[in-house]
Ligand binder design. Structure first.
Ligand code: SDX
Length: 444
């Protein structure tokens, strides 16, 4: 729509009463609608920008770009706020029930007792893998990276349940979600058992979600792993704290893949691959490797800080910094507080925790980190708790994936249910060769 009097171009379907932002380019004015979120966030709508002006916005890494509207998770990075469907994550400390939090994220409210019971029953019933899937583990080298196995086996799940590739209603979706959330645990445990040369341990239908995972990881056919309620609570809380984080790299990957109408399993398998990166979910492994290197005397904490500040070192203080949190990461605060509690109850003293605290103290006093607003993130202390529980280092990112899966499912469903959703297809600024001609090889 074009307003002659003010020589302004309006986007399609815009009314003059819409709150707008004005873009002025080469003397021409363009009015762009403005969206306001539930917590007052403002987003300038550029969906019509190219149609109106012929130009695009440019934002590598999408640090300033909203890809969607979502009602699942709210983060205020300046205030260190993280809420799942409006509930601050700190409130889950006293109610560490990962499956309840998963249902909340996926279906938008806390479940009633019958709903939670049904979902728990679905998780129990669907914990085992198809017997034929067990042979797939033999196809991987014994030292195969567990994240590679996890991604491959999540995709394979849909081969054994063809209707999982599509679901006509919420009930079928709930079954698919339960199958995925339940079996990811079994896949993770089996990949660990295979790497140890130990027999697979079947899921025990009498055990709750986290207890069953620990059972499949650490029981032997002749020796049932004894579930410590403190450990079970700590694992529930750890998974809850990882469960969703709005449009992070791996969740955006799940949405990107799902936007082509790829099925839930293929989309989550892609999310596993994105999470694997050391700048993302792989950081929890890198943090422990860094702390262990210091512990073994290979590096002093002060040297760590110095290297992290030296651009030429290629070294980063792993577990520090965040795209969104420019204050503390509330998850890091909760996990740090749980470290003392879990280690004390397990009678463990982990020298890496002391080193982590020393590093945090040095960094937070250093202008380099203060100026860049770099604080501990979710990965900085999470490995300490996983070590205390007995999770092996190469399974740490798998644990992150198990925790994040309900968030991926929730985000995928929210996009899938949105009739206005379009396939994700960003544009680019081309910087390559201008038009040139083909040169036959005889002339090259
Ligand atoms: C997760 O997005 C999410 O929500 C992710 C996550 C989730 O729940 O899904 O929260 C999970 O991935 C947590 C992050 C785990 N990754 C790490 O701990 C790896 C170390 N951190 C960095 O690589 C970095 O901080 C990122 C990747 C987390 C954020 O990267 P950004 O937003 O692109 O920031 P940047 O790299 O542009 O850094 C800005 C400045 C740079 O210095 P200058 O060029 O301005 O001088 O800060 C510096 C960076 O060099 N910097 C660091 C640093 N992190 C940023 N310097 C040293 N050590 C670090 N860790």
């Amino acid at each position: 729509m074009y307003d002659e009097a003010e020589n302004i171009t309006f986007g399609k379907g815009m009314t003059k009463m819409t709150r707008t932002a004005t873009l002025i380019l080469d003397g021409k004015k363009y009015e762009l609608p403005v969206h306001e979120g539930a917590e007052g966030e403002i987003g300038i709508d550029i969906t019509q920008l190219r149609a109106m002006s012929g130009v695009i916005a440019y934002d590598p890494g999408y640090a300033n770009t909203g890809s969607c509207k979502s009602a699942i998770t709210f983060i205020d990075g300046e205030k260190g706020i993280l809420r799942y469907r409006g509930i601050p994550i700190e409130q889950f400390i006293d109610y560490p029930n990962f499956i309840e939090a998963a249902w909340l994220l996926i279906f938008g409210r806390l479940p009633q007792k019958p709903e939670l019971r049904r979902f728990s029953e679905l998780l129990t019933v669907h914990a085992p893998l198809h017997e034929a899937m067990k042979h797939h583990f033999e196809g991987f080298p014994v030292n195969a990276p567990p994240m590679a196995i996890l991604s491959a086996m999540i995709n394979t799940l849909s081969c054994f349940d063809e209707h999982l590739a599509r679901f006509e209603d919420d009930e079928k979706f709930e079954v698919a979600a339960a199958k995925l959330i339940s079996k990811v645990r079994t896949i993770a445990a089996y990949s660990y058992r295979r790497s140890m040369g130990q027999p697979f341990i079947y899921p025990d239908p009498k055990l709750r979600y986290c207890a069953n995972f620990l059972h499949m990881m650490f029981s032997m056919p002749y020796d049932q792993y004894v579930i410590d309620p403190e450990v079970e609570d700590a694992l529930n809380l750890l998974f809850i704290l990882h469960a969703d984080h709005e449009q992070n790299c791996s969740t955006s990957t799940v949405r990107m893949v799902g936007s082509s109408r790829a099925n839930l399993f293929a989309s989550c398998a892609a999310g596993v691959c994105a999470l694997w990166g050391p700048l993302h979910g792989g950081a929890n492994v890198a943090v422990i490797e860094m702390l262990d290197q210091i512990h073994k005397g290979g590096l002093k904490p002060e040297e760590c800080i110095k290297l992290a500040k030296d651009k030429n070192s290629g070294f980063k203080l792993m577990g520090f910094g965040h795209r969104i949190y420019k204050n503390f990461d509330p998850r890091a605060r909760v996990i740090k507080s749980q470290c003392d509690k879990v280690l004390y109850k397990l009678g463990i003293h982990d020298p890496l925790l002391d080193i982590a605290r020393k590093l945090e103290e040095l960094a937070l006093k250093d202008p380099y980190f203060a100026e860049r607003k770099l604080y501990p993130n979710v990965d900085f202390y999470s490995g300490i708790i996983m070590r205390a529980i007995g999770i092996p280092l190469d399974m740490f990112t798998v644990m992150f994936a198990i925790g994040r899966l309900p968030g991926w499912v929730a985000q995928w469903k929210e996009q899938h249910d949105d009739d206005t959703m379009r396939i994700a297809r960003p544009r680019q600024i081309y910087i390559g060769e201008r038009k040139t001609d083909y040169t036959p090889i005889i002339n090259r």
